[in-house]
Design a protein around this ligand. Structure first.
Ligand SMILES: [Zn+2]
Length: 598
């Protein structure tokens, strides 16, 4: 698991999902059974319309997955994961809820992928075999990363992977999908032009316009206009950057800012970014070569992603640029760049191990420059602050996004979003990919661009859009979309009860009382043992413990008189000890009574 977790250092746009608008199911329960009747009726009323069912990615950044359905056929766009919130301790990540698809497994014609970020491909190993292992279609890089990841799941069936070239078109039953180039912060990113029986749909993927990218062709505006001229019924467009005014920064500008650091640095450069920011990684390698530096790669995710991207020609390095860590000590400090994961302060990532002096080869020293080149995922602010403190304490110079524009979000901002709408001229509009507030501001932009409010589907996960050639209806209820949690190798087996226990443990600790009683006499053989973790420091709480022991002894001697069974004694100990501890400390640890008969 550890290995797998590291490869996840993954994703620039994943963030913690939030309990957002009123229409989102909170908690962990699925839709109520009476919803089935509602959806049956909805289905009948809208039999001649295309159904669009977002199972993830709306009202959250991450976990993207949308189903398009026409009669008995369906295609899926993306299958991503998300990182858990604080409210889910011990959970590695969350994936879309696929109970909606269970009954129509055989209808799934294929899964279309927009690009190789984990919030678009990451749930494949957990979901695909549960929906009948349909064929996958995506760019060589997206499919390369998907295949590589699948190797970590040897028990899963072999994937039916189809690598699609830019401009290619595939027919999947009633649907026909054309893949077109879009710029983002990973190469080989595709927007989708989908012909459906009701009309044409454009799905933008994550995108930004970039006239001067460093590792991909520039945005082809003529192509986009040509697609728009085919007549677009519905535009589904990336909302992640919709709250930011202006335009996103070109990769070229970021590269120029990065170069200033290379010009200034007198010692080693520790450049830390996401393993999936392939374009940024290329920039750092190119700049290192230009300034005569050798590059050391650190972090499992960094190494595997670079290997895949290099094999496909998306990352280019000169011979001899990349060297093993131990070789770096043969060169002067100003000739070395160490490219690593960990810009978010993720525990276990290479940069964290270096800072905590647990790294096999490197420690930070005076004169080093540390570059944190990625935007901070909401919720990671404190971890990143601690990271910066640690770097400064250890004497290195630090460069991060507040000081210079060395991170560009890979997402279109307001001016670009407007332009996309103008080029596509859609009849209907659906903001996708983003927290509710981002989608809502994207909806406002669309309205200002002349799309009537009634033609804009501003919805959350699970609400079905029934799209006709001239009208659009949104279901009033949601299909199940509650997060499915992945914990180690278990999927979905961590439910509300386990999580509740974990939260209690984290909040108030655990208090275990072990009593050994004689089988015949039912009397205690010796004084009860007490083990506590995260509740009170035992040595300083001897008085409290003595009193707990006394209580337990009383309970057991009274039960002995009444010849009570163990299963009756345990709840009594639990209740009495719980209320006693609460009365003395105001805390409610999990009390675990253990009664052993000998
Ligand atoms: Zn992306």
């Amino acid at each position: 698991m550890n290995k797998e977790k590291k490869s996840l250092n993954g994703n620039p746009q994943t963030s913690r999902s939030s309990q957002n608008s009123h229409r989102v199911e909170n908690g962990f329960q699925n839709a109520r059974p009476d919803n089935n009747i509602y959806f049956q009726e909805f289905e009948e009323k809208n039999a001649d319309r295309l159904k669009i069912v977002p199972l993830g990615g709306l009202g959250e950044v991450g976990r993207n997955m949308t189903v398009l359905e026409w009669k008995e056929q369906a295609i899926i766009i993306d299958m991503g994961l998300n990182f858990p919130e604080e409210k889910t301790p011990g959970v590695d990540y969350v994936i879309p809820n696929i109970s909606y698809l269970q009954k129509q497994k055989k209808n799934i014609m294929g899964v279309i992928f927009t690009h190789g970020h984990y919030d678009h491909i990451g749930a494949v190993p957990y979901i695909l075999d549960k929906i009948g292992n349909p064929p996958l279609y995506g760019s060589p890089l997206a499919m390369g990363i998907t295949k590589k990841r699948q190797e970590e799941f040897p028990l899963q069936p072999k994937l039916k992977v189809n690598e699609i070239k830019e401009g290619e078109r595939i027919d999947l039953g009633y649907f026909s999908v054309e893949f077109f180039h879009e710029n983002h912060n990973i190469p080989d990113n595709y927007g989708l032009f989908i012909e459906t029986p009701v009309g044409n749909i454009v799905h933008t993927s994550d995108f930004k316009f970039d006239p001067t990218p460093t590792n991909a062709p520039p945005t082809d505006f003529e192509k986009l206009k040509e697609i728009g001229s085919r007549g677009i019924l519905l535009l589904m467009s990336d909302s992640t950057g919709a709250e930011a005014e202006g335009r996103s920064l070109s990769e070229k500008v970021i590269c120029e800012n990065l170069e200033k650091i290379f010009q200034k640095a007198k010692g080693r450069i520790f450049a830390s970014t996401f393993a999936s920011l392939i374009n940024r990684i290329q920039d750092i390698i190119t700049l290192s070569e230009k300034h005569g530096r050798k590059v050391v790669l650190e972090g499992y995710g960094m190494k595997t992603n670079i290997e895949i991207a290099r094999n496909l020609g998306f990352i280019k390095t000169k011979k001899g640029t990349v060297i093993p860590a131990e070789k770096s000590f043969d060169y002067p400090d100003d000739k070395i760049t160490i490219l690593s994961t960990g810009a978010q302060g993720e525990g276990g990532a290479a940069l964290m191990r270096i800072l905590s002096k647990q790294h096999r080869h490197f420690q930070i020293k005076k004169g080093d420059a540390v570059v944190l080149s990625s935007s901070i995922i909401p919720g990671n602010e404190r971890a990143v602050q601690n990271l910066k403190d640690d770097i400064m304490r250890q004497g290195a110079d630090i460069f991060h996004s507040q000081m210079m524009d060395i991170h560009a979000k890979g997402h279109a901002q307001q001016e670009e979003l407007k332009e996309m709408i103008r080029m596509m001229k859609p009849k209907f509009f659906m903001p996708v990919h983003g927290q509710y507030s981002m989608m809502a501001s994207h909806a406002k932009i669309a309205e200002k661009e002349g799309i009537p409010k009634k033609n804009i589907a501003l919805i959350d996960n699970g609400f079905i859009t029934a799209l006709g050639a001239n009208e659009l209806t949104i279901s009033e209820k949601s299909v199940p979309t509650s997060a499915v949690m992945v914990d180690g190798s278990g999927i979905g087996d961590v439910g509300g009860v386990v999580l509740h226990d974990r939260m209690e443990l984290a909040d108030s600790g655990i208090f275990v009382v072990i009593s050994v009683i004689d089988k015949k006499t039912r009397k205690l053989k010796n004084s009860p043992d007490i083990i506590s973790r995260g509740f009170v420091y035992l040595r300083e709480s001897q008085m409290l413990l003595t009193e707990v022991r006394k209580k337990v002894m009383q309970i057991i001697s009274q039960s002995a008189k009444k010849r009570k069974e163990v299963k009756e004694i345990k709840p009594e100990i639990k209740n009495k000890v719980e209320s006693f501890l609460y009365s003395k400390t105001g805390r409610r640890p999990i009390v675990l009574p253990v009664v052993i008969e000998i």
